[in-house]
Ligand binder design. Structure first.
Ligand code: AGP
Length: 609
């Protein structure tokens, strides 16, 4: 998500940090800032927008020093503006901090700190951390940081400096990446290796629940009880380009593999303490409005539209609401019957898709309230919606959407669950069961990723086909559409998603021994019907690749190839089942020699009609 760079040593720290932040620029960000220990104390420069804006500010009022921290922000809590940008300072201005991650209990911490007399200057979750460090500081920065992170729940990589202890940077990590670069008489810190690779390729990786003190003389790593830990530096052999992709060959593959943690981030801070419901903090949407609703109309494009279709199945399953789904490009030109009792939902990774924005505005003119599922905080759709569920998937660079899709599905599960609880259609016991299963999904996504070797071999058999169908039923019908979209956009193969029951109404005529048919057939209430549909394809000689549940004894007899994924609730199964579909499209495209991160004729964000 956010980028962190820090330096202590003999060089111009501002220059090292700016260069490092520029190296992280490819990931996207909305504001940037630097804090420096200067002779007169801590000095901060930060600015909304691109690094060029920060560079201009530094020209006007330079920072001079040899110990500092810098940050590029990808907003999660609070708009992308200058007050919300990092570094944040404490009330006294003696401590500065940068943070990457999400502090789940920041609201209660913030209220308690305000009561104790702390003054906040931003709307971020991160700022609580610097006030906690201030609260616990008694002459030892490492000890204060240790006590501060002990109060924080969630994910963090932080770097902290203080002008009272000007010869150190203290860092801590839990569930967000942090590396420390080893130099001669100097030390570097960064959220990602590319930021410091120009200076050193010897790094120490900080693990979860560890802290470190970085000084000119060396690096000391500690556990949370401040017991010193021994760690040898590793030598990074990657080129800069490889390092940007975290060692993966493409951004798409990196993003596919980020899904266990990006899915975890959708849930962060949203499960109620009693675990019988969720909190979504949708400002303009209260429970009375949710109870008064009659219809939900979901509008979006591409992958986001397939997530929206998944949302329809979820809302219809968990509530008594009528639900419609539309492609934004169709919705804006038809005459939908909308009124105050219709909630319009948009789903968008970028928050800038032209057709979705136009549809949102049309719905607003008809008096509808808008709830949006959005990844980019501060985007047009984010700003123009009454309630927003941020997906917190982090920047997605590959044109083909992967982690944004599973995050959108996660957000829509939370929304459907919330609406079902408010309207009394989901019981506390049911909510607990769903939440428990949701929390198990990062582990199950991880296991689904372990199919990559098998998926690669299956792709090897089929990458020369000319056409493919993707079949699914119920919750997995939208997933079939998404699987087909992934294949066509990155491998340039013709592929269509179909509801499996529809095949006998025409498409079966196309099936022959060269036609690839990918069938999503994990355990579900329609499992037997899906098996019958697969048999119809088998009877016509199609090449069947099935996605099935681990332990399923039937599929291997009717499908040429089977990819087994862990079992989960049927309602949540698209989140696990899509993983092998992403990997399959990826390996087919790779074998066909396609430019996976930048497929021809496509743009990441479609900001024109
Ligand atoms: C999917 O891989 C594509 N990148 C595309 O279909 C995308 O989902 C669509 O353009 C919608 O974009 P948005 O989520 O940014 O609104």
């Amino acid at each position: 998500m956010c980028g962190i760079v820090g330096y202590i040593g003999h060089r111009d720290a501002c220059e090292v940090i700016m260069k490092g932040l520029c190296r992280l620029e490819y990931r996207g960000y909305d504001s940037a800032g630097i804090a420096m220990i200067e002779p007169g104390g801590i000095a901060v420069r930060k600015r909304e927008g691109k690094l060029s804006g920060l560079a201009e500010l530094l020209e006007e009022s330079p920072l001079r020093g040899h110990c500092g921290i810098g940050h590029t922000r990808w907003a999660t809590h609070g708009e992308p503006d200058t007050p919300n940008s990092h570094p944040h300072t404490d009330c006294s201005g003696h401590i500065a901090l940068v943070h990457n991650g999400i502090i789940e209990n920041y609201l209660s911490l913030r209220m308690a700190l305000i009561e104790e007399g702390h003054t906040f200057t931003s709307k971020t979750d991160s700022e609580v951390l610097v006030h906690l460090v201030e609260k616990y500081y008694q002459g030892n920065l490492l000890d204060a940081v240790k006590r501060a992170v002990a109060s924080a729940e969630g994910a963090y990589a932080i770097a902290v400096i203080s002008d009272r202890t000007p010869d150190e940077i203290v860092v801590a990590r839990k569930a967000s990446p942090l590396v420390i670069g080893v130099g001669e008489g100097e030390g570097f810190i960064a959220s990602d290796v590319p930021a410091i690779l120009e200076y050193t390729n010897r790094v120490l990786y900080l693990n979860d629940n560890e802290l470190a003190r970085v000084t000119r003389d060396g690096i000391a790593i500690y556990d949370l009880s401040l017991k010193p830990l021994a760690r040898e530096p590793v030598t990074i052999e990657w080129t800069l380009e490889q390092a940007e992709k975290g060692g993966y060959e493409t951004f798409m593959l990196k993003e596919i593999y980020e899904q266990p943690s990006s899915f975890q981030d959708v849930l962060r801070g949203r499960i109620l303490p009693g675990r019988d419901g969720v909190t979504l903090a949708m400002k303009g949407i209260d429970d009375a409005f949710i109870r008064s609703l009659e219809k939900v109309s979901i509008i979006s494009c591409g992958t986001a539209c397939y997530a929206g279709m998944g949302g329809r199945y979820l809302l219809e399953h968990f509530t008594d609401l009528a639900v419609e789904v539309d492609y934004s490009s169709e919705f804006r030109y038809r005459c939908p019957k909308l009124d105050r009792n219709t909630l319009v939902m948009t789903v968008s990774q970028s928050g800038e898709t032209a057709d979705t924005i136009a549809s949102l505005r049309m719905a607003r003119e008809k008096g509808c309230k808008i709830v949006s599922v959005v990844n980019v905080v501060g985007s047009t759709i984010d700003r123009e919606s009454d309630g927003v569920i941020h997906t917190h998937a982090g920047p997605e660079i590959g044109v083909a959407s992967t982690k944004a899709y599973t995050a959108q599905l996660g957000a829509l599960v939370l929304f459907a669950l919330h609406v079902g609880r408010v309207r009394g259609q989901v019981t506390p016991a049911d909510a607990r069961a769903i939440i428990e299963e949701l929390e198990s999904l990062p582990g199950k996504i991880d296991r689904a990723l372990a199919t990559e070797g098998a998926v690669r071999s299956i792709a090897q058999k089929h990458f020369r086909v000319k056409s493919a169908f993707y079949l699914g039923r119920g919750f997995n019908y939208p997933n079939a559409l998404e699987g087909a979209l992934k294949l066509k956009e990155i491998s340039y193969l013709h592929a269509e998603g179909y509801p499996a029951g529809e095949m006998k109404h025409g498409p079966n005529a196309l099936i022959d021994r060269d036609f690839l048919v990918v069938c999503i057939c994990t355990r579900s209430v329609r499992y037997d019907k899906m098996i019958s549909n697969i048999k119809e394809v088998e009877a016509r000689g199609g090449r069947i690749v099935a996605v099935g549940t681990e332990g399923d004894p039937n599929l291997k007899d009717i499908a040429g190839d089977v990819i087994y994924v862990p079992e989960t609730m049927e309602e949540l199964s698209p989140i696990v089942n899509v993983i092998p579909l992403q990997l399959f499209a990826y390996h087919i495209a790779r074998l066909r020699g396609c430019d996976i991160d930048k497929p021809r004729n496509l743009a990441k964000s479609v900001t024109v009609e």
